[in-house]
Design a protein around this ligand. Sequence first.
Ligand code: HEM
Ligand SMILES: *[C@@H]1O[C@H](CO)[C@@H](O)[C@H](O)[C@H]1NC(C)=O
Ligand SMILES: *[C@@H]1O[C@H](CO)[C@@H](O)[C@H](O)[C@H]1NC(C)=O
Ligand SMILES: *[C@@H]1O[C@H](CO)[C@@H](O)[C@H](O)[C@H]1NC(C)=O
Length: 379
Amino acid sequence: MSRLFVLLTTLLAILSASLAFPNDVDLLKRQEVEDPSSSADGTFGVLNPPPPPGPPKFTGTKLVHDRAHPWRPPRDGDERGPCPGMNTLASHGYISRDGVASPSEMITAVQEAFNMENKFAIFVTYLAHLLNGNIASDLLSIGGKTRKTGPDPPPPAHAGGFNVHGTFEGDAGMTRADAFFGDNHSFNQTLFDKLVELSNRYGDGFYNLTVAGELRSQVLQDSIATNPEFSFKNVRYFTAYSESVFPVNFFVDGRRTEKKLDMDSARSFFKDMKFPPDFYRSAVPIADQGLSEIYAMHPFLPGGNVDGKVNNFAVDPASADFTKPCALYEDILNTVKRLYPNPAGLLRRNLIKCLHDFHPGVAAVLGRDCVEQFPYGKK
Ligand code: HEM
Ligand SMILES: *[C@@H]1O[C@H](CO)[C@@H](O)[C@H](O)[C@H]1NC(C)=O
Ligand SMILES: *[C@@H]1O[C@H](CO)[C@@H](O)[C@H](O)[C@H]1NC(C)=O
Ligand SMILES: *[C@@H]1O[C@H](CO)[C@@H](O)[C@H](O)[C@H]1NC(C)=O
């Protein structure tokens, strides 16, 4: 049902945008979110959000910058954010071009266009949805907060989208500045210049795993030296190391045998949110392969600058790290419980379902010994 509504919404969005009535789009999207399921207890949302999609049948390489997915620049009101992967998918219509989609749509899109491995896609997407999405409407913004995700859940839940700092989005990004400096989600040319410089120095003009390891380390040292509020632990610790290998795993054309990214392609994804011409996806389903290699180059424990001072880094022994990955699952559950201390009705049911759908991703990415937990009961 929700899939049909989203299709409808997308059609309407395209139609109304070309007629230039952007406010109607918002209104329509809102109504669709509210109408089908205003429930007896007064909560709004989608009944029975679908379970996450399984892996696709065909998992080889193929042309994904095809005629069915032309690039278009974002229109006024379209959401874009800190993730160059998801930004690109929105700008090519693999997810709704307005940058608002359900977790299922995001998983289908990252599998189809980037050949992201199924359980890994489930892990990342449900993580983002639990922390920054609207659990009642089953919609998530890849950028800032927008009415298109439907009425807000009760605070402290915020449904604020990818841009919210400190849940998923965090410090020491490669091409996005730390929130302390203001804009935490837009492409930052100064930072990209550093990626290019290190690609020249360590990769002969290409971004490969050697460059990824050097850049990860340098960005961390820069944040320690300049950001008095620098924080790098739990979710952020894991996602930052993953994201450092993503350009090698996902942005390199699937027909290439050498895993190295040229700078025109890097600029195309990071800055223009656009597939390079004639782009083929990875030749195999892929996730965060290469993470342990880049970590081993410059091991770094989770922590942050303390007492609001630069160059004052302290390790946080309470944080999850790669030797205790299930502590990350605990941390995520604690954040969810903080965001939703007392969910009721449809919100609670969707939350239970969402946590349950998340767990196969947790088991696959963090390890089978991260036993499923039921903070809100089982149904
Ligand atoms: C599967 C669902 C995905 C979600 C929910 C997601 C979400 C995010 C978020 C919230 C960030 C910002 C974190 C931060 O740096 O502070 C991010 C960064 C990033 N994402 Fe994604 N992402 C997804 C898939 C992908 C895919 C498929 C790719 C590559 C094709 C990708 C590439 C990246 C890269 C390279 C960064 C780091 C950007 C930088 O540091 O400059 N992501 N992602
Ligand atoms: C870009 O990043 C640098 C380094 O973090 C920061 O000093 C600068 O303010 C950022 N520029 C913009 C326009 O946000
Ligand atoms: C992150 O960026 C968004 C959009 O510019 C801004 O609203 C938000 O306050 C920023 N977060 C922090 C903690 O600076
Ligand atoms: C990255 O490229 C450089 C320069 O060609 C090379 O020396 C290095 O071995 C490469 N790293 C990897 C992991 O392939």
